[in-house]
Write a protein that binds this ligand. Structure first.
Ligand code: COA
Length: 211
């Protein structure tokens, strides 16, 4: 069993803990020490207590004693996730890759450090997934896609084959990306949008067709 903390106790942080619980039910792997969070809301403190987990304080304080401890980042915002990863790595913490046992992973998928894959997510053949990517419940990444570091794919988003998702890109719930399309770095695709052509870096698109 490896010691593990989840950084951030918001919605995705607690969903990441659900992934840890499912992995442990399948094969005892992680000793979840608790959540690290700089400023948890009162609601989230109550939610963490209800699940019987510990709150371990803020990142700066925890990282001074975190060398060798594995970590996953449960924070949806990509720039914040990037900052947190650099603090954790400078402190000698080790990124954990968490894949729910009910996710389907194709042949020759390359999954980076710190990635969290939730229940019912599907990754096709010959896909590369960068570091600290979030694939939320029932999201789908088609064959031959390249998903770069810190991408966030919200629930039930569908990425067709041969797409490139640039670093820090965010795909809203239920969005669809047509085959061979590129979504630029830190671009945002709105919920339920259909992307039919490349999205430039940093741009937000929404609707059908997305624009
Ligand atoms: C597209 C999006 C990024 C826009 O966010 P925003 O810039 O804060 O936009 P606002 O909420 O101010 O809305 C601006 C306008 O766009 C519309 N709009 C917002 N989201 C939309 C969407 N997904 N599709 C179509 N129109 C949308 C609003 O109705 C509003 O229209 P109006 O100007 O006619 O009143 C955001 O709404 C979105 O869809 N994000 C995805 C979030 C998500 O999936 N989270 C999952 C968490 S698990």
């Amino acid at each position: 069993m490896h010691d593990l903390v989840i950084i951030g106790c918001g919605g995705f942080g607690r969903e990441s803990a659900d992934v840890v619980d499912a992995i442990n039910r399948s094969a005892p792997t992680w000793n979840l020490l608790g959540f690290v969070d700089d400023d948890p809301s009162a609601e989230n403190v109550a939610r963490v207590r209800r699940r019987g987990a510990a709150l371990l304080g803020g990142l700066e304080a925890f990282s001074s004693r975190g060398r060798g401890v594995h970590y996953a980042i449960g924070i949806g915002d990509a720039p914040t996730r990037e900052r947190v990863a650099s603090v954790a790595e400078a402190a000698g913490m080790v990124p954990a890759t968490l894949v729910h046992p009910w996710a389907a992973i194709g042949a020759d998928a390359d999954i980076g450090e710190g990635v969290v894959v939730c229940a019912y997510a599907q990754i096709g053949s010959d896909v590369s997934i960068g570091r600290h990517v979030h694939l939320d419940r029932a999201s789908q990444i088609g064959h031959d896609c390249a998903v770069e570091d810190f991408v966030t794919v919200h629930p039930a988003a569908v990425v067709s084959g041969g797409c490139v998702l640039g670093p820090g890109a965010e795909l809203g719930t239920g969005s669809t990306i047509l085959p061979g399309t590129a979504v630029g770095a830190h671009a945002v695709v709105g919920a339920a949008a259909c992307v039919v052509k490349d999205v430039p870096p940093g741009v937000t698109v929404k609707g059908v067709p997305a624009g």
